[in-house]
Structures are given as C-alpha cells and as structure tokens.
Design a protein around this ligand. Structure first.
Ligand code: FAD
Ligand code: PYC
Length: 405
C-alpha cells in the first residue's frame, strides 16, 4: 500500500517460479538470500531461486538481537567469524544498502575465576590470530559502559570483562532486504509464501527438485538454509542432522534517549543488552530448556533475564518492556555450525548456527555459495562438515556461544 501511495519501486521482484533452476535455496533468511547473492556475484550462477515458506527475513534473521563479534576459541570458528566481520565492515557499500553496521564494542562480563580464565584463554587465542580482544578491569569496564554496576555489593559482582572493540550490531531487517534486493537485481528469483514439502531424487539418488505449495520446482542443486526447521527439511531427503531445535527469546523496552553505548553480555547471570537506534533496549535470554517449534517460549525465561539486567544495571529497574518474541534455534552438540555436502548428491546444508548465526550471515553466505558452486568447501568452512560427528573432530564452542543452552 505504501508503495502504491508513494510510487516507490519494488525492492525485489516476485516472479512465478520457473520449471527448473540451477540452484534452489530453501529459506530466505540472511544466510539463504546472501548465498544466492554471492552465487550470482562471485560464481556467475544466476539461475537461482530462494524459496521461503513465510516472508523473507521473518525467521531468526528478523528475530535476533544482532550482536556481531568474532571472539571464538578455535581456528575453524575464528576463520569463519572473522571472514564475516571483514564482510560486515564493507557490506553497506557492497550492497549499496545501509545495514547500519555499528562497531560499538561487545563487552563480555566476568563474574568469577572460571569466567576470567575462560575469557583470558579466548583473548590469547584470538590475539594469536590477529583478532582484537582485550581484558578490562572492573573500573575499565565501567568507563566503557557507565551504566554498569561494579560495586562489591552487587548480587554477582564482576571481576573484569573481555572486550572486542570491533564487535557491535547491525540492523537485522536491512541485512535481509539488502541481500534480497542485490540478489534480485542479479536475476535471482525470490519466491515467498511457498513452503517446501518434499525433496525429490532421481534413480541415481541425485536431487531433481522440490515439491512446494506452488507445485514441483526442478533443481540441479539444492542448498538448505532453514535454521530451526533444518531437521524437518532434511528429513524430506532422508538425511538425519545432529540438531536440536528450541525457542530463544528476546524483548525490547520502551524507547529511551541514548544511554547505553555498547553491547554487554553476561553468560553467568544470563542476559545481553544493547540499545537500538530507535532508543529501545534490546535484551535477550538463554534458550528455553526444552525442544520445541513453538515461537512463544516460557515467560519465566524472560522474567529471569530481566532480573539479571536489573542486577547489572540497577538504573533500568523502572523501564517498561514493550514487546517480546522468540525464534527457533538449531543447536549442534558442539555448538558449532554445519556447512557441508550431504550423503545425497546435489544436496548441501547450512545449519547449526543456533543462538549465534546473525554475526555469521555474510561470511556464512559467502562460503556456502562457494561450497554449492564448486561442490567442494572453501578452506574456511572445510572443518564445519557433517563428518566431524562421525570422526569425533568436534569444535567445542559452548563457551564462546555465550548464550545459556
Ligand atoms: P532464518 O532467518 O531463520 O531463515 C530460515 C528461513 O527458512 C526462515 O525464513 C524459514 O521460514 C524458512 N523455512 C524453514 N522451513 C522452510 C520450508 N519448509 N520451506 C521454505 N522455507 C522454509 N545470532 C547472533 O549472531 N547474534 C545475536 O545477537 C543473536 N541473537 C539471537 C536472538 C534470538 C532471540 C534468536 C532467536 C536468535 C539469535 N541469534 C543471534 C541467532 C541468529 O538469529 C540465527 O543464527 C541466524 O539469524 C540464522 O539465520 P538464517 O538465515 O540461517 O535463518
Ligand atoms: O551469538 O553473540 C551471540 C548472541 C548474543 C545473543 C544471542 N546470541
């Protein structure tokens, strides 16, 4: 209606599906749209459709708290998250779309000796790889984030913090819209309100296409980027993936004048917070403690989160909350993502980003496109294969995931 009223151009086309595509991507989140964009831009593959059961960006891409950082522990993760961070730094220019990337610093609070040892291990590992991360005293932490309570009378006082200054936030919707527009401009078809209900295979086992609510759509290759519903989609091809799906919730406050200059996370008291450009405090929780596809989530989880926020920042005790929501996150046993070929020829999967894949969006999309186009991984996503759950070469990022599971 707005478009008709103002005479604005559509940002992307909404075509009828073709009979067949070279590549069909299932899921129009940031990862799926981004993969389509990089397939077109970097690999010259433009006969691509991104198929979305709802509206583009309506999954976890549009539901997350937008924290971006690359302070993970292991080489495989540092490569991919730092690759992503570098893409974030130039993304608005690349897409000609302001994704509002704001490197305002991500500070992770330490409350005890265990936290301190764990954060220092991450800091040393990161610095060996040329990734910025530094240890702050409580006084330095308060100087960086003045609302923080560092008194010794706090219920769980802090004994320091790890700070990644290049970390920050971006506008989640703009990431989806920017990738969608840029992909559409290069000829990619974005097909919304179209649910994939089956994956078809030929007599040689190779994929031939997808059944959808708009009929059969042929595909030479299929990339699955369906986040919390990955196991459901992969089951359509008879492939089991080691994922558990559960709700993760977030909420925002009434808008306030600028008061909170950075991003703060506390794994120990379970909360993370930043302030959006609209002025709302953006606050997130740990996952619900049961598997579910319900985006509602338990009320006790968010009340617990607000308790934690009020302990850390007593000045927010009288702030009103406006909205809460949930998304379904797909967690692997080692809390690292999967980006892999599968036992089914022509079928590729990008999943397991769980509570932490927004920050990975451009890097993951870029490397998933490489995997699909070349049928072999890039050196940065080679370690994220499905085989690691057979060989035992796991990448344990439970501490760096920094969100209670
Ligand atoms: P999505 O955006 O979920 O896209 C997948 C799409 O697949 C969906 O749109 C879905 O509708 C579609 N789909 C599923 N099944 C089908 C089907 N059968 N047919 C067609 N389409 C289908 N990460 C961070 O890095 N920082 C954070 O601060 C952060 N905070 C978070 C807070 C919350 C509350 C939540 C829920 C997540 C958070 N995350 C965070 C995680 C992050 O949101 C996700 O890892 C990331 O956005 C996943 O992106 P995606 O494109 O893979 O998935
Ligand atoms: O991965 O940084 C993260 C994150 C913060 C909140 C949810 N996930």
């Amino acid at each position: 209606a707005m478009r008709a009223h103002k005479g604005w151009e559509a940002q992307w086309t909404s075509p009828e599906p073709r009979k067949e595509y070279d590549v069909v991507i299932i899921g129009a989140g940031g990862h799926g749209l981004g993969a389509a964009y990089y397939l077109a831009k970097e690999h010259g593959i433009t006969n691509v459709a991104v198929i979305e059961k709802g509206w583009l960006g309506g999954g976890n891409t549009g539901r997350n708290t937008t924290i971006i950082r690359s302070n993970y522990l292991y080489e495989e993760s540092m490569h991919i998250y730092e690759h992503s961070m570098k893409l974030w730094e130039g993304l608005s220019q690349d897409l000609n779309y302001n994704v509002m990337y704001s490197p305002r610093g991500v500070m992770m609070l330490s409350h005890n000796v265990h936290d301190q040892q764990s954060f220092k291990r991450h800091i040393h590992a990161n610095r060996l790889y040329g990734i910025d991360n530094e240890w702050l005293t409580p006084e330095q932490a308060k100087a960086f984030c003045p609302p923080l309570d560092i008194s010794s009378t706090a219920r769980y006082p802090i004994n320091g913090a790890a700070l990644q200054r290049r970390g920050g936030t971006a506008r989640h919707d703009a990431v989806a819209w920017g990738f969608a527009r840029a992909a559409s401009d290069r000829g990619v078809h974005i097909i919304q309100n179209c649910e994939v209900t089956g994956i078809r295979r030929g007599s040689d086992g190779r994929v031939t296409g997808v059944d959808t609510s708009k009929g059969f759509i042929g595909a030479k290759k299929i990339g699955v980027s369906a986040a919390g519903h990955t196991t459901v989609v992969m089951q359509m091809a008879g492939v089991r993936v080691p994922l558990q799906s559960s709700p993760l919730q977030a909420l925002v406050s009434e808008p306030l004048k600028p008061i909170f200059p950075c991003v703060v996370m506390s794994n120990t008291v379970h909360a993370y917070i930043s302030q959006s450009d609209k002025g709302e405090l953006v606050i997130g929780a740990g996952t619900d403690q049961y598997n579910s596809y319900s985006q509602t989530g338990g009320l006790q989880i968010i009340t617990h989160t607000l308790d934690a926020i009020c302990e850390l920042f007593p000045m927010f005790r009288r702030v009103k909350m406006m909205r809460s929501w949930g998304g379904i996150v797909d967690n692997t046993p080692d809390r690292s993502a999967i980006q892999s070929k599968t036992p089914v020829p022509g079928l590729y999967v990008n999943c397991g980003w769980g509570t932490g894949g927004f920050k990975a969006t451009p890097g993951s999309a870029n490397l998933f496109a490489h995997l699909i186009a070349r049928d072999e991984p890039h050196k940065f996503n080679a370690g994220l294969n499905l085989d690691r759950f057979r060989t035992g070469r796991l990448i344990d990022e439970a501490a760096a995931a920094a969100v209670a599971h």
